[in-house]
Design a protein around this ligand. Sequence first.
Ligand code: NAP
Length: 306
Amino acid sequence: MSAARMIDGRAAAQALLDEVACDVAALREAGIEPCLAVVLVGDDPASDVYVRNKVRRTREVGIRSIEERLDAHTCEAALLALIARLNADPQVHGILVQLPLPAQIDAAAVLAAIDPHKDVDGFHRDNVGRLTLGESSLVPCTPQGCLLLLQQTLGDLAGKHAVVVGRSNIVGKPMAALLLNAHCSVSVLHSRSTNARELCRSADIVVVAVGRAGCVDASWIKPGAVVIDVGINRVADGAGQTRLTGDVDHASVAQVAAALTPVPGGVGPMTIACLMRNTVQAARHLAASLPASLPASPPIPLTLAR
Ligand code: NAP
């Protein structure tokens, strides 16, 4: 019998998408049609699925969607030219370049070329810097979704000890910055950490983003901790098929944690909902910067108030 409460990421994401749809309707009423451009280079099947899901959700909430699909042999200059065109287009509010990019393209150069105000992935170094400084910015979608789930589960996070397992630029590092901005004491673990299990076992909050199925089990978790499983791993199900599973060994962790996100149905839906939220935030920002446009509206709160 599982003791942990399952955190319903699908329900939380739907509530967020409903809010986004209302915001989009208000923007349209004011003559602004929020628009997200998604750029996919090559034919990686997983990336294709991610892009199709994002485009579907975009349309469902009333955001205009532009898909730019480029050949796998596209050179960096051609991709940068497309980014420059999208940056200059006042009808485009958000730009997302699906990662990974083919080897001939320098992903860092491409991310740096996106207008920071249209950077709905929050990967531009301006937005990374602003997040680190605790300033309002476009925040990477996956850690943003994790933070919202944690706040929904625990309320105020101030004073909690949070451990983030993984230090990637897209999940681990921004997650640590968000938790620090929410006044947690934060430890970040990685492949060179020596006493990872012991550190993790002292945490009130554990966010796992490693990419290795079941690498965190109950022996890593303090009784009553809240555990967010970011991992998405495809494993054999023993019947000749594959299934998705997280980085957390759910059967054992559910026995000790107070609450836990499932995979699928946890962080994944929140990631896409936060992408929609960022697109609305970007549209509001660009609209407010135009002459005779919307009255200035506050940025969408992310409970970062000090
Ligand atoms: P990544 O770039 O490969 O980073 C993995 C991190 O895990 C690295 O920082 C690595 O440390 C650390 N690590 C590796 N082995 C470890 C160990 N034994 N103990 C502690 N840390 C260890 O992966 P990512 O992009 O962050 O993604 C992580 C997982 O989240 C993947 O399964 C990915 O598919 C999933 N993901 C899900 C979503 C979603 O929407 N649900 C979004 C993004 C990613 P080093 O830095 O020392 O190498």
